[in-house]
Write a protein that binds this ligand. Structure first.
Ligand code: CS2
Ligand code: MG
Length: 403
């Protein structure tokens, strides 16, 4: 059995901050886990260094479930994004080690492949409807079968999802929160116009997705879902802030537009009602923020009972380590829906050499033993941490709303 002899975090900023956990064993085999929580990276780094790593030394690296239970039940102050991201990083690294010892790509240890590849979606965005639709056409030309569309809302400065650099959207743009604006009424008018133009230009063979990003009330979400029904969206994401899972009952009563939620969820308890009452169609929880592969498999298994499919979050603030782990997970579960793939910059990819690949709208984790990803620590050291956090949003009257 491989005994854990050391573990450390590597904080690096190749264009944006990432935290990576590396666990080493007496078998000379190490594993990596993503521990990145956008805007709260140092909180997870400290949690790992102070409260997790000292407990790992000397343990059997093969005891993934026991270590997960130890870190979850032993935390006392259980759940929450920082704790569950730290547990996730350990979990990913231990699965990486186990698969390397077996000499197999991780998905083979998770039951093997349920599909030939993983359908992904890219992010098209623009300052105008025309610019956004043109961006989406470019993704289709690159072979994407699914595209998320986000367009600027007239009169609303800094609309979510619209980036200066079209291929890469990074919202954590300042050491202190950037103040952005939000106004619901012009947004509710603009979104249907966007998808009407998109269907006109792109046709019906491409999946179209949209992220509301927690901005509406349940009845407003019901209205938007109804207005978008003619355009047959693949999903409408994060229609409302989802602390109130029961609020989705109201949305469900008003629209058949498929609903996705959960990128900010960190445990099965955040989505149990949503899944059991079939209030959503896709669960967006991820390997890096929802306790790792071990816990995300539990969420997927519950979802499968109720015909809810996965649609894991995959923004650029989830590192290539998380992307690799997600692809092994996506390949191995029966109720996979879609995987977000925002593509990392070449600078980030250089720090995290990986085996996963994209072709014709699909991705595959590759056949390398383990996760098939690593971190180049020398290169990582050349990119020191740079404080950055997510924006906040205010309504026209100046009151806070949900970013
Ligand atoms: C978005 C993200 O990708 C998505 O669906 O919700 O861009 C999200 O805003 C960031 O990951 C937050 O760090
Ligand atoms: Mg989102």
């Amino acid at each position: 059995m491989p005994v854990i002899t050391a573990a450390r975090t590597i904080v690096t900023c190749p264009g944006r901050n990432f935290v990576t956990l590396k666990i080493e064993t007496d078998a000379g085999i190490s594993g990596v886990g993503d521990a990145t929580l956008n805007g709260r990276e140092l909180a997870v780094d400290a949690y790992l260094a102070e409260h997790v790593i000292p407990c790992l030394i000397g343990r059997d690296a093969h005891r993934i479930e026991d270590i997960w239970q130890y870190l979850y039940r032993g935390a006392y102050w259980r759940r929450g994004p920082v704790t569950m991201t730290a547990i996730a990083a350990v979990d990913m690294a231990l699965w990486d080690i186990k698969a390397k010892v077996a000499g197999l790509p991780l998905y083979q240890l998770l039951g093997g492949a349920c599909r030939e590849g993983v359908m992904v979606y890219g992010h098209a965005n623009g300052e105008t409807v025309d610019e956004t639709v043109a961006q989406a056409a470019d993704y289709v030309a690159r072979g994407y079968k699914a595209v998320r569309l986000q367009t600027a809302v007239p009169g609303v400065k800094g609309t979510y999802g619209v980036s200066k650099d079209k291929m890469f959207y990074e919202p954590a743009d300042a050491a202190l929160p950037t103040e952005t604006q939000w106004a619901t009424e012009p947004y509710l008018r603009t979104a249907p116009q966007l998808f009407d133009a998109a269907r006109e230009a792109l046709g019906w063979d491409v999946h179209l997705l949209h992220d509301v990003h927690h901005r509406l009330t349940p009845i407003e979400a019901g209205r938007l879902g109804k207005d978008l029904e003619p355009y047959r969206l693949f999903w409408m994401e994060d229609a409302v802030a989802a602390e109130n899972q029961a609020g989705f009952r109201l949305i469900r009563q008003h629209t058949t537009t498929p609903l996705a939620v959960g990128e900010v969820f960190n445990s099965i308890w955040d989505c149990k009602t949503l899944i059991e009452e079939q209030l959503i169609d896709y669960i967006r929880a991820t390997v890096v923020h929802a306790g790792g592969i071990t816990h995300l498999r539990r969420i997927a298994a519950l979802a499968d009972l109720y015909k809810v499919r996965t649609g894991c979050h995959g923004a650029t603030d989830l590192s290539p380590v998380a992307m690799a782990a997600a692809l092994h997970f996506d390949l191995s579960i029966p109720n996979f829906g879609i995987q977000e793939y925002m593509r990392h910059t070449p600078e980030t990819d250089a720090v995290f050499p990986h085996a996963y690949s994209f072709a014709d709208g699909m991705m595959h984790p590759g056949e390398a033993p383990g996760l098939g990803v690593d971190i180049d620590e020398d290169l990582a050291a050349q990119h020191p941490y740079s404080p950055a956090c997510l924006p906040v949003a205010r309504l026209p009257d100046g009151s806070m709303t949900d970013w």
